[in-house]
Structure formats: structure tokens, C-alpha cells
Ligand binder design. Structure first.
Ligand code: NDP
Length: 293
């Protein structure tokens, strides 16, 4: 007779609580700058077009800035904006000494290339870590500004004391903003990383090997409970709307009792991503104004 499977106590990550405690540290750092007579950091956010989800994201990011005493400026351009007009706005922001970080909200209208735009942002003001120079520095292990979601994931793993040295890490999704950079960061922390994508054979079998499983596909509940190795750490980055409900890439209920740690689709990686945007902007501010420590 096979023994009954041991049910594991699954800890659900409190991404919001963690984000709030880091934001408190950031708020104190900015307060320190102001007390020293310096201006606060400023993030410029650019929104092109009328995508309603993007407008909500921008609002959330600006609110997060305000709550820690960081300035933000919003630049809205119509859907029909030519790429050249957006490039001149970016050039203006690059040369503005009062702007420390620049974020261009994605997705952009089809006529504008996100790669051309990413390349136009001053790498020292690249709060979202999307400039190719920063991506290259990430490979070299010398980047100050790294994409926000991967940074947020690493922060969760560290603050929950997840051992990465020698761990089998499986990342599903190879986007430039999540999958690729997080796989580099994990590899730099001495995890053995497998990067999966839509052509991966036997994805479930690969996932079952993972001590740390990171899902970033946008495919709702794709990762089933029996894809998870008992005791694994599961980071669910995906956010999809299904029947008016926000769901992740992982079948959350099935992961209960199997995973040791899991991030929920709400209040998980999302608040950490915004927090890393704030932290990147503070880094950029310090580097440019030579302020703080
Ligand atoms: P992309 O659409 O850019 O990339 C998706 C990746 O998933 C691709 O590499 C694709 O493979 C892979 N993929 C798609 N379907 C499958 C499949 N069936 N099996 C294996 N791999 C698959 O997505 P993003 O990285 O931008 O975002 C991923 C998810 O994370 C989205 O839901 C997004 O909303 C969410 N997100 C959440 C954030 C947060 O703060 N919480 C921040 C950023 C993203 P291939 O390359 O072969 O096409």
C-alpha cells in the first residue's frame, strides 16, 4: 500500500505587507533627503493612447510615489501620436534635471516600437530597467537598474529566506521584462535555472523538478497542482481576468498543501513590482544627484 501523501503547510506570501514595509524604508530615505534641503526624487510617467488598464496602472504607480513623498509627473499622449513625437518627449525628459526616472507604460500603440522607445530613454533614468544597456549590464552582473518584476521576485525570495544556492529553479515564460531577467538573477545567485516557453516539451515534467517555480505566462491556471514538487516555492507572476476575477498562472487551490510557499495573484508580486519601480527611481536619483547613501 502506498503511504498517504504528506500534506504540506503552504505559506501564502503577503506581497502587500512586504511592499509596504519596503515603501516605509523608501519614505524615510526620501524624508532624509528633504530634511537635508534637497528636492525629492521625481518619476515621469508617459502614457500613449487610451488603454484603460494602463491608465489604472499609471494611477496606482503615481499614488505609490505620492505616498512615499516622491514626485511624479504624468505625460499623456493620444493614440495617434507619431513615434517621433514620443521620442522628442523622451529627449526632453532625459535632459530635464528635475526628472530622475522615466517610465513609458506598455503596451504602446502598434505604430510605435517599444524597442526604439526603450533605447531612447537615458539608461541612468531607466526606472523600469528596459534599456538594452541595463539589460547588458544585468548579464554582466553590474546593473544598478533592473526590470522591476524580477527584482520584486528576488526580494520576496530573500525576505522569505528561500535558499537559492544550488536550487533547481524553473522559470516559465521568456519575456524581456520578466522571464529572461529573473532567470539571469537566479543564475547569479547560484540556482540551476531552466527557462521554459511555449515550445518546451513536457512542461509539467520540467516543472516537477523545480525547488523554485516561477510562472510568468499569462495563461490562467496553467500550472496544475500535480506539476508542483511537494515543498516547492511557487512564484505566480501571471495576471489574467477570468469571468471578472483576477487569476494567476497557477491553480492556486491545487497548490495548497503541495507548495511550501506561494504568491497569490492579488497582493503578491504586483505590489512588489511597483515598489521596485520606486526603489529604482530612488537609486537613479541618488546616482544623478549624488545624494544620500
Ligand atoms: P509575455 O506575453 O511577454 O510572455 C509570455 C511568455 O509565456 C512567453 O515567453 C511565452 O512563450 C510563454 N508562454 C505562453 N504560453 C505558454 C505555454 N502554454 N507554455 C509555456 N510557456 C508559455 O508576458 P509577460 O512576461 O509580459 O507577462 C507574463 C504574465 O505576467 C502576464 O499575465 C502579465 O500580465 C503578468 N505580469 C505581471 C506583473 C506583476 O507585477 N504582477 C508584471 C509583469 C507581467 P514564447 O516565448 O514561446 O511565446
Amino acid at each position: 500500500m502506498t503511504p498517504p501523501k504528506e500534506r504540506i503547510e503552504t505559506v501564502v506570501v503577503d506581497g502587500l505587507g512586504l511592499a509596504q514595509s519596503i515603501r516605509k524604508e523608501l519614505r524615510e530615505a526620501i524624508e532624509h533627503e528633504k530634511l537635508a534641503g534637497r528636492r525629492p526624487p521625481c518619476l515621469a510617467v508617459v502614457l500613449v493612447g487610451d488603454d484603460s488598464a494602463s491608465a489604472v496602472y499609471i494611477k496606482g504607480k503615481r499614488r505609490a510615489c505620492a505616498r512615499i513623498g516622491m514626485d511624479s509627473a504624468e505625460h499623456r499622449l493620444p493614440e495617434s501620436t507619431p513615434q517621433a513625437t514620443l521620442l522628442s518627449l523622451i529627449d526632453k525628459l532625459n535632459r530635464d534635471d528635475g526628472v530622475d526616472g522615466i517610465l513609458v507604460q506598455l503596451p504602446l500603440p502598434g505604430a510605435i516600437s517599444p524597442w526604439v522607445i526603450a533605447e531612447a530613454i537615458d539608461p541612468d533614468k531607466d526606472a523600469d530597467g528596459v534599456h538594452p544597456l541595463n539589460a547588458g549590464r544585468l548579464l554582466a552582473g553590474t546593473a544598478d537598474l533592473v526590470a522591476c518584476t524580477p527584482l520584486g521576485i528576488l526580494e520576496v525570495l530573500d525576505r522569505y529566506d528561500v535558499e537559492l544556492e544550488g536550487a533547481e529553479a524553473v522559470v516559465i515564460g521568456r519575456s524581456d521584462i520578466v522571464g529572461k531577467p529573473v532567470s539571469i538573477l537566479l543564475q547569479q545567485r547560484n540556482a540551476t535555472v531552466t527557462l521554459c516557453h511555449s515550445r518546451t516539451r513536457d512542461l509539467a515534467g520540467v516543472c516537477r523538478r523545480a525547488d523554485v517555480l516561477i510562472a510568468a505566462t499569462g495563461r490562467p491556471r496553467m500550472v496544475r497542482g500535480d506539476w508542483i514538487k511537494p515543498g516547492a516555492i511557487v512564484i505566480d507572476v501571471g495576471v489574467s481576468e477570468v469571468d471578472g476575477e483576477l487569476v494567476g498562472d497557477v491553480a492556486f487551490d491545487e497548490a495548497q498543501g503541495v507548495a511550501r510557499l506561494i504568491t497569490p495573484s492579488r497582493r503578491g508580486i504586483g505590489p512588489m513590482t511597483i515598489t521596485m519601480l520606486l526603489r529604482n527611481t530612488l537609486h537613479a536619483y541618488r546616482a544623478q544627484t549624488k545624494a544620500g547613501g
